[in-house]
Design a binder for this molecule. Structure first.
Ligand SMILES: [Zn+2]
Length: 184
């Protein structure tokens, strides 16, 4: 559970390198299954890494994740009065990537996890494939690298749009000059 925020690193990095990824859906996907951990730690319901911390179990969050993302964009459109692109397919794929990544990273950290449940109830299938430190380093680096890529991409887009606006204004003023009657 204290580990939960580290999962965001995967979402940020994948969003940075794949243009079709829905950032909201993937970020929700990377952390939502720790609801199981919250329920256990606060109310002693279930176990910390139970049925939803498995490759099949995690699928119960696929539709909610995608739906939350859609709701988020709808709200954002209302608040900002701007149109946002939304695709159920891309958001679904983004949610799926986030959800599965959580199971894989957690699976290597917690020996009690049954990632192939209900097909196999063997625990710790992939436990130890990466050490705790390695997972922390991977996810932190993904977060940092992803954030840098997103920043550079936004900067380049801003500069390109500015350049485009300047050339558009230049063309417009030349056209206007041509259209105006010659005073001499
Ligand atoms: Zn977890």
């Amino acid at each position: 559970m204290p580990f939960t925020p580290f999962h965001f690193g995967f979402g940020v990095f994948i969003f940075a390198i794949c243009p079709f990824i829905d950032i909201t859906a993937i970020l929700i996907g990377t952390v939502i299954i720790d609801i199981e951990g919250v329920l256990y730690l606060l109310f002693k319901i279930g176990v910390e890494h139970g049925y939803t911390h498995s490759l099949l179990g995690v699928m119960i969050y696929l539709i909610p994740c995608t739906f939350f993302s859609w709701v988020f964009y709808k709200l954002l459109e209302k608040i900002t009065n701007k149109k946002f692109r939304f695709s159920w397919l891309y958001s679904g794929v983004s949610s799926l990537l986030g959800l599965v990544s959580h199971v894989i990273f957690d699976g290597s950290l917690y020996p009690e996890m049954m990632i192939f449940y209900p097909f196999s109830q063997v625990q710790g299938h992939i436990y130890g494939i990466m050490s705790y430190q390695t997972v922390i380093i991977i996810l932190t680096s993904m977060f940092a690298l992803g954030a840098i890529i997103v920043f550079v991409k936004s900067l380049l887009r801003f500069k390109f749009e500015k350049k485009l606006l300047i050339s558009y204004n230049l063309i417009l003023s030349t056209e206007l000059e041509k259209a105006l009657p010659n005073e001499s």
